[in-house]
Ligand binder design. Structure first.
Ligand SMILES: Cc1ncc(COP(=O)(O)O)c(C=O)c1O
Length: 291
């Protein structure tokens, strides 16, 4: 039974009954921005960071968010309380709202805010334990001069095409390269590798989303004494990594077992295990102690 709930127009209703207008430019043109937020022990994790990124994404596309951060926080708290479980996933969408047929956003009078709470299982528990198989997709990450990767927009079609390549190949996830052939990220997650004791992840300027989990992992790694830095990576670096893993709000931390059939030395490796412990400890500290 689907117990998901949805906030829209000031009301919370069962997710299965929530409907949007077919004139919403979010639906017609992907004109809008979003965030995915997990909650643990009934408390949204890193909500402030997610709401700040949502506001920045909205500002970057010239979409005025009528709700202040405190108001959004209050609505999120209400939605989490209405969901029957202490653990789950929030999807916060801000669309351009209803408008005329035609791309011009000036016909949209008022943005539409939608907040969904539901469960999310991005990968099977067995994959989380044994590791995900990745392919490098032929679909490339859109270049920043086409769409800045810092904007978390409702346009995910090139990520979906890459994920379809993974599905077709029987893999769990795809790696997107940028138009220069450098590693950008996964379809809905960031990528890390470990080589000679160093933790490396591609810089945002190579096409990675400025992932909130990615930043947390960089911070936790440094606090724990690991050498961690952003570095441009080629497919070669993935193929020859000692360890590799994915990070994201939905993904949390997932070890990688293979990339195009090449296997990192260890999966899950010691650095992954160390960071995974730090990550879950951090979640517990922040969510268990902030009811
Ligand atoms: C394309 C993409 N990259 C990376 C991520 C991971 O970012 P975060 O850790 O902020 O969830 C996401 C998450 O939605 C994403 O959609």
């Amino acid at each position: 039974m689907n117990k998901g709930v949805c906030w829209m127009e000031g009301k919370i209703q069962p997710l299965s009954e929530a409907r949007v207008s077919v004139r919403d430019h979010g639906l017609l043109y992907g004109d809008g921005v979003f965030e995915g937020v997990r909650f643990y022990h009934g408390t949204p994790f890193m909500l402030g960071e997610h709401l700040a990124r949502l506001q920045d994404s909205a500002r970057a596309i010239g979409l005025e968010c009528p709700w202040r951060q405190e108001e959004l926080t209050d609505i999120v708290t209400e939605v989490v309380a209405a969901f029957s479980q202490a653990q789950g996933y929030l999807r916060i969408l801000l669309t351009r709202g209803e408008g005329a047929l035609g791309i011009d956003p000036r016909s949209c009078a008022r943005p539409q805010l939608i907040i969904i709470a539901d469960g999310l299982q991005m990968m099977e528990p067995a994959v989380r334990e044994q590791g995900a198989d990745l392919i490098i997709a032929s679909t490339r990450r859109l270049p920043a001069d086409g769409l800045d990767p810092r904007i978390k927009s409702l346009n995910y079609l090139n990520h979906i095409l890459a994920r379809m390549e993974a599905n077709h190949a029987g893999a769990h996830e795809a790696v997107l390269l940028n138009t220069r052939g450098q590693v950008a990220e996964g379809t809905a997650d960031n990528l890390f590798l470990v080589k000679d004791g160093k933790l490396l992840t591609p810089p945002v300027t190579d096409g990675a989303l400025a992932g909130i989990t990615r930043q947390l992992i960089l911070d936790l790694a440094r606090e724990d004494g690991l050498a961690a830095r952003e570095q441009t990576l080629a497919p070669y670096d993935l193929y020859t990594a000692d360890e590799c893993f994915l990070t994201g709000t939905g993904a949390e931390l997932i070890p990688v077992r293979s990339i195009d059939g090449r296997k990192p030395h260890q999966c899950p490796g010691p650095v992954f295990q160390q960071l995974s412990r730090c990550f879950h400890h951090h979640i517990d500290q922040h969510c268990r102690n902030n009811p």
